[in-house]
Design a protein around this ligand. Structure first.
Ligand code: C5P
Length: 221
């Protein structure tokens, strides 16, 4: 079997990480969560109180001792050996990350790191600019979408299960705001690559979504 690279992009809550993880698992590929990388920088910027300082954010990225490890279908994230897997998923970090992700120098650092990670082949990488910028020659490109109501419902379930108290309406407004920031930024905005396959997951199960990506993979063999 040829080890291909699969790019999965889409807005928040479209199911990218779940689908990407399962696809990688089925194929024996490496899953790379690029959102976690941007979240790690946002988390560190908050911790150091430099979240409004673009130069400091770029510097953080250059010196980031970041490790992503996939264990039991979960991506563990450490910075300098410190486990921040849960800390990067707080609503506070989610609100900040699209602002941090607009810093050009930070994106350059991430671009290089992510391209290096994909060099051996056999990766499933999810994010916002994978098919358009990070892996423009990816063998398979998928753009996952879902209605905003459904995406908010999924995030609400996730967050309430973790004990956060947030209303569905609040979450929907936050997701809409994050999408707008990601779609309208100057560098590497969220947009489907012209050659990406669009999959709307509003009424599609995770298994069915994974199955359609595996079918695309079979066709490319
Ligand atoms: O995928 P996730 O929701 O964890 O991503 C968090 C944020 O990181 C996105 O809203 C976006 O601002 C940023 N991001 C990005 N480019 C990527 C992945 C994530 O700008 N490739």
């Amino acid at each position: 079997m040829k080890r291909l690279n699969i790019a999965i992009d889409g807005p928040a809550g479209a199911g990218k990480s779940t689908v990407a993880k399962l696809t990688a698992q089925k194929l024996g590929y490496t899953y790379i969560d690029t959102g976690a990388m941007y979240r790690a920088v946002a988390w560190q910027a908050l911790k150091k109180g430099v979240e409004h300082d673009n130069r400091a954010i770029a510097e953080l990225a250059c010196n980031l001792d970041l490790k992503l490890t996939n264990i039991d279908n979960k991506t563990n994230v450490t910075v300098a050996g410190h486990d921040i897997t849960e800390a990067i998923r707080t609503p506070e970090v989610s609100r900040l990350v699209p602002k941090v992700a607009q810093v050009g120098e930070l994106r350059e650092v991430m671009l290089k790191l992510q391209q290096d990670m994909a060099k051996p082949g056999g990766v499933v990488m999810d994010g916002r600019d994978i098919g358009t910028r990070v892996l423009p020659h990816a063998d398979i490109k998928v753009f996952l979408t879902a209605s905003i109501a459904e995406r908010a419902r999924r995030r609400w379930q996730e967050l309430t299960a973790k004990g956060y108290s947030i209303s569905l309406a609040e979450l929907e407004a936050e997701i809409a705001c994050r999408d707008k920031e990601d779609c309208e930024r100057e560098i590497a905005p969220l947009v489907a690559a012209p050659d990406a396959i669009n999959i709307d997951t509003t009424n599609l199960s995770i298994d069915a979504t994974v199955a359609s990506i595996l079918e695309l993979h079979r066709e490319k063999q």
